[in-house]
Design a protein around this ligand. Structure first.
Ligand code: SF4
Ligand code: SF4
Length: 396
């Protein structure tokens, strides 16, 4: 977005307030400066130099969860999340709390494996004391065997076609078993599966930290890398990666990875979950924000779950509301994150379901941590785990 377009977008705001109707940070705090309208208004004032780029202002702009709930609500057509990204790039130096994170993200660009192995090494020494002092919202469990290091090419003699997996950082470093589940599903359906070490972070965390140039670098490298990959589809299990590559790459890099699909889209298009059966259970579904608001994928996961024999599907109240994770937001705005997340735990528990399914590793992390704290006995599963288990059960 050029300086001129940004300026004109901000001028379009008539302060009607339609955008705050679903804004989770506004609805939690009832503070105008913590909501969509307030943020757009403050960035407009900053642009007109009637507000200074103070730490306080930066904090309000960085307190947005980038959930996208406000995206299609503006009657004048302002893309509010995009305005927030632009504002963050302008205000990042004023957000001093984020300095260490920005340095780490910059350092990690071409050394992601090293950074995650350092984070893993810090587990005992730092995380537990920080968690017990209430500084960390949860203790991250970084795997010693990233998914992309353990999986390469799985050849099939008579393959249907070739499918590549875009694991993303959350599957690679926190949930490698999701990658294994997806590989199992694809292999048993007759696809050849490919996983590349050359995949880099999609860039979403860097752009959300205001690091535009660094996010562009990662986008260009990923586009270049995957343009050489021969595969019918590239599947992602993280809606943030999918949304970022599909929606942001064209804007920031002028190109994208056109065969990238969310795993739910893929399962429906290729009829992967038909005729499956699983041990009886009551299941509810939580919509990840970037899947619902960013990609408009809401029916597909429900269709998959309802189609598996043995699943008694119950809809929870406000399934479309954020779980409160939002990546680094849960670190900087721990209390709001927890408040939003506890509402989600309450809504899940009210269904009496024994399993909550979602399609996002980040949502899994938040729901896992908060349900453990609330002492709720609910299984938290990614949809690929459910389909994988049902395929194994149906074969037996
Ligand atoms: S992206 Fe979400 S948190 Fe940010 S302003 Fe919009 S609705 Fe509010
Ligand atoms: S909905 Fe659009 S015009 Fe109305 S306050 Fe929000 S940004 Fe401004």
């Amino acid at each position: 977005m050029t300086e001129n377009v940004y300026h004109n977008e901000l001028l379009k705001c008539n302060r009607c307030g339609a955008c705050k109707a679903l804004c989770p940070t506004y609805l939690t705090t009832l503070n105008e400066t913590m909501g969509a309208r307030g943020r757009v208004a403050m960035l407009g004032e900053l642009e007109e130099k009637r507000l200074a780029p103070t730490e306080n202002l930066a904090e309000k702009i960085f307190s947005c969860m980038l959930c996208g709930a406000c995206k299609n609500l503006c009657p004048t057509g302002i893309n509010i999340p995009e305005i927030i990204y632009q504002g963050r790039a302008r205000l990042k130096k004023s957000f001093t709390k984020g300095l260490l994170l920005r340095k780490t993200l910059k350092y990690s660009i071409s050394r992601t494996d090293t950074v995650f192995s350092i984070l893993r090494g810090m587990h005992r020494l730092f995380y537990q004391p920080l968690y017990y002092r209430g500084i960390l919202p949860y203790i991250p469990e970084v795997t010693s065997a990233p998914f992309k290091s353990s999986f390469q090419v799985y050849k099939k003699f008579k393959k249907l076609s070739r499918i590549a997996i875009f694991a993303g950082c959350s599957v690679n470093y926190f949930y490698p078993d999701l990658g294994k589940s997806l590989s199992n599903i694809l292999l048993s359906k007759g696809f050849e599966v490919v996983v590349f070490r050359g995949e880099l972070c999609c860039g979403a965390p860097l752009r959300s930290a205001g690091l535009e140039e660094e996010a562009l670098y990662l986008a260009q490298r990923n586009i270049e890398h995957f343009s050489k990959v021969r595969a019918e589809a590239l599947i992602s299990m993280c809606p943030t990666c999918t949304m970022f590559i599909r929606e942001h790459y064209p804007d920031i890099a002028g190109n994208t990875i056109s065969n990238l699909m969310d795993v739910n889209e893929f399962f429906i298009k290729y009829d992967i979950a038909k005729n499956l059966e699983i041990a009886p259970r009551v299941v509810t579904y939580h919509d990840p924000c970037h899947l619902r608001h960013g990609l408009g994928i809401t029916n597909e996961p429900r269709q998959i779950l309802k189609g598996i024999k043995g699943i008694n599907y119950v809809e929870m109240q406000h399934a479309d509301e954020c779980c409160g994770f939002a990546g680094f937001f849960s670190l900087y705005f721990k209390d709001i994150s927890r408040h939003i997340g506890n509402k989600k735990i309450h809504n899940i528990a009210a269904t009496a379901a024994d399993t909550v399914v979602t399609s996002c590793p980040g949502c899994m992390m938040q729901i896992e941590n908060l349900k453990r704290e609330a002492n709720k006995k609910i299984n938290v599963k990614h949809i690929v785990e459910v389909v994988d288990e049902a395929m194994r059960t149906s074969v037996e």
